[in-house]
Every structure is written in C-alpha cells, then in structure tokens.
Design a protein around this ligand. Structure first.
Ligand SMILES: Cc1ncc(COP(=O)(O)O)c(C=O)c1O
Length: 445
C-alpha cells in the first residue's frame, strides 16, 4: 500500500476553522493535533453503525465513536426512530415532560447509587451540579478529586496547584486562564490507588472537605479493596463520595464500575454514552444527598428537553435488550487478542492491555525514541488503511466480526511499519503527518 487518503477538504475546513473558531473545535479531543494531522480525517459528513465517511468521501471503521459517546453505533435505527417520533410531538414543552420520571425510574433501577435523579445536557455540567450539591449538603467547600471532570471553574481551579509545564495535570501547557484565583486551593487532586495519601489529605483538610469526586476506573480495574477503602475513608470523614462514570459507565457494565465491583457511592455522574450521541447527562444519588438539591439554585431551560430524555431512555433499554455487557466483553477480548497476536508476530515490545471495555495499545519504544512518534505513526498508518483510532479503542454494539478482522489486519501492517522504522532507524521518514500532541491526562489508571 503506497497511497494516503486524500483529506484535502478536511484540511481546508480546518484552516478556515482556525480563523473562525478559537481552538478550532469545541472539544480538545477533536483537535486534529490529537491524531495524525495531514493524514487523519478531520471532518465527517455522515456516520452509520461502526463507520463514518469524511468530507473527502473516505470511509473509516470508527474506534473513537465520539470519544465514547456513541455506544450502540452511529445513527442507531431504534434510538433514532424514537427521537424522530418525539420530534414530531415536540422537543421542548412549556410544561414538564413525563419522560423525566420514566428515565428517572429506569436510572434508579439500573445504577446502584441512584435513588433520586437530576438532569443536565453534558458530563462536565453534571459534575458541576454534583459539586454544587455536595457543597450545599455538607456546608463545606473543598473537593478532593481524581480524574477528569470537565471544563468548569470548580474543577479547573485545580490547575492553580500545579506547574502547567510539568505535564503533571491535566493538559500539558494549558493554564487555568480565566478561572477565578479565589478558587485556588478549593479543589485538590489525589493519586489513584494510594489510600494512605488520600487519608493524609483528608486529615490535612479535616472538617473542610465536602466531597471526593473520582473516576472509579478507566482502562484497568481498581486494585482489590481500593474503592472499598475510599468509601470507608469518605464515611470516616463524613465526606460525600461521588463516582464520575461519564467515561467508565455503560460498557463495562450497564450499572457502571460501581455495579461491576460492588461499591456504591453516595452520588454518581453519568453522561455521554447514556444517550448514544444525543446530549444528555445526569447526577444520581442517595435520597439523603439528593433531596436537599431542591433548595439549591440548579436550573436550566434545556435540561428538560425531550430529545435527550427519549434518547437516553431508549439507549439504556436497548443496551439491556442487546445484552451489551456480554457483547462488549466479546468484542474487547477478540480485539485485544488480535492486537496482541500482531504485536507478537511483528516482534515489538509492548502489549494490548486494559479492560474489555477499553483496550489500549501500550507499545514500549526503545530508549531515546519519542513515544509520540510511535503513536503518530500508528494512527497515521491506521488512517491510511481506513481505520480511525487513538491508541485506545472504544467499541460500539454495531462493530462486527469483519470490522474486528479488518482492524486486526490494519494494525498488523501498521505495527510492521513501526518495527521497520525502528530497525532501520528511519522512523522520521515514515511519519508524513504532524507529530501528535500529548493526549488528555487524567490521574487515574
Ligand atoms: C470522566 C469524565 N467526566 C467528565 C467529562 C466531561 O464531559 P463533557 O465533555 O460531556 O462535558 C468527561 C469527558 O470526557 C469524562 O470523561
């Protein structure tokens, strides 16, 4: 294979975006510098099932799936039929919608921590609501956190506590510009997996901490007893425990990591995949912590929109009907095995690791080789073969055995290009794209 896909229209649109849209995109993970700029597609014109077509008419197998937000597959027939029917009956009523109750009942039957429910339209927004409720209920201001929780002031204030250039957290080179300095010290990161350090932090801020907010897991399961330990520490310090399951939710288990490992927090944030690509988010929790939210100012016009409600209701029911957990396990394990086989065949050090819900390619470049060159070349060579991916893979239920086979074949070829570049010392010549920027950093495994 010698040719690269023509992505000239994508590149042209991106140049125009640079003049009209500060930062080019609305989501940092959609910036072209997160992929192999120059080869990877940037703008799509349509998507169906496991695939999309870019504006240059190239078709790709999609392993990004709107950063995990699409879970059944693009333009799922069942969800879209429900949405279209709802559009004809009105997307936003003057009055309240009974769908709010129907979805609340579905969520309380699905997520172990859910007794009461509030809605939003996105994940970061739902995290901000959870932070407000925790502060309101506890009468305390500080929040200890681990992971990524969105763009809002309460969370980004954590960046005042670290050197933005150190690459420590959460985006190398991104400073908390525009975040009130008065919030410095109100939100404090802790390192995943270290109970002693968390205990020390709780002691150091005794009586001041409203909540612990954390991603309960990402690509690996938590160490045995870890989440139980966090829960015990939260109880001991009378701190509200919040699991942010915006990314961990729905694929590993429909009830989230909390259901999978059997640790129930006080509150949970969900969004993204809950509605298969229609805007929706929710904060759910115990009656004790959620009930007082009725007295707090938490209010927004579009949180009642029927499209997100019906999309979420239909998506959750379809996940159950289609036996999602079993199928994600099947897809994840097959893909992981194929990628590990390819790595072994080619003879590169590394492995495909991670839970079935999120297999991650972890290649170990020799000393002195910039790992970004390896990831850029992998993404470039996958794009060249019609597969759009990061180094990690988010499946949908629409991915077929054929998609997995083609992805495995493309990966074997991409890995052998990397191997030959390393062996011959001509990696730089093989990279025709711009070097990929550092990915999103999160303090969680
Ligand atoms: C764990 C977690 N929390 C919050 C968010 C923010 O969600 P949104 O992008 O919908 O605001 C994300 C998004 O990636 C996430 O992964």
């Amino acid at each position: 294979m010698t040719t690269y896909p023509d992505v000239s229209r994508s590149l042209d649109l991106y140049r125009r975006a640079g003049e009209l849209i500060p930062g080019w995109t609305q989501l940092i993970s959609r910036r072209s510098d997160q992929f192999a700029h120059g080869v990877s597609p940037i703008y799509a014109q349509r998507a169906k099932g496991s695939r999309f077509v870019d504006v240059d008419e190239n078709e790709y197998i999609d392993w990004v799936n709107a950063v995990g937000a699409v879970i059944l597959g693009h333009a799922d027939d069942v969800v879209d039929a429900a949405v279209k029917e709802q559009i004809d009956r009105g997307s936003l009523y003057t009055l309240n919608s009974p769908l709010e109750l129907e979805l609340a009942e579905e969520l309380t039957q699905t997520i172990p921590s859910a007794e009461m429910v509030r809605y939003t339209k996105g994940g970061g927004e739902a995290c901000a609501v959870a932070a407000r409720i925790a502060r309101g209920v506890s009468g305390r201001d500080k929040i200890l956190f681990c992971g990524y929780h969105g763009w809002h002031d309460w969370y980004q204030a954590a960046n005042f506590g670290v050197d933005p250039e150190s690459g420590e957290f959460p985006f190398a080179g991104i400073e908390p510009i525009g975040v009130p300095k008065a919030l410095a010290g109100t939100v404090i990161p802790f390192v995943y997996g270290n109970l002693a350090a968390l205990s020390d932090l709780l002691d150091a801020h005794r009586g001041e901490v409203a909540a612990i907010m954390m991603e309960p897991a990402r690509s690996e399961l938590p160490p045995a007893g870890y989440l139980e330990g966090v829960k015990d520490l939260a109880a001991k310090h009378d701190v509200i425990l919040i699991f942010d399951e915006v990314s961990s939710g729905w694929r590993l288990s429909i009830g989230g990591v909390q259901e999978y490992v059997g640790v129930t927090p006080d509150m949970t944030v969900v969004a993204k995949a809950m509605s298969n690509g229609y805007p929706m988010g929710a904060v759910v929790g115990s009656r004790r912590v959620m009930q007082p939210a009725g007295r707090m100012f938490i209010s927004s016009s579009y949180w009642s929109d029927n499209i997100g409600l019906i999309a979420a209701l239909t998506t959750i029911r379809e996940l159950k009907r289609r036996d999602a957990q079993r199928r994600f396990r099947e897809i994840g394990e097959t893909l992981r095995a194929k990628l590990n086989q390819a790595i072994a065949d080619v003879g590169l050090p590394g492995a495909c690791v991670g839970l079935y819900a999120n297999p991650v390619l972890s290649l170990k470049p020799p000393a002195g080789v910039d790992p970004r060159k390896i990831s850029t070349l992998f993404i470039q060579e996958m794009a060249r073969r019609g597969v759009h991916t990061y180094m990690s893979f988010k499946a949908t239920l629409a991915h077929t055995e054929e998609d997995i086979r083609l992805t495995g074949q493309a990966a074997a070829e991409a890995l052998s290009v990397i191997k030959s570049g390393l062996d011959r010392g001509n990696l730089d010549e093989l990279i025709v794209a711009d070097l990929k920027k550092e990915p999103f950093r999160r303090l969680v495994r």
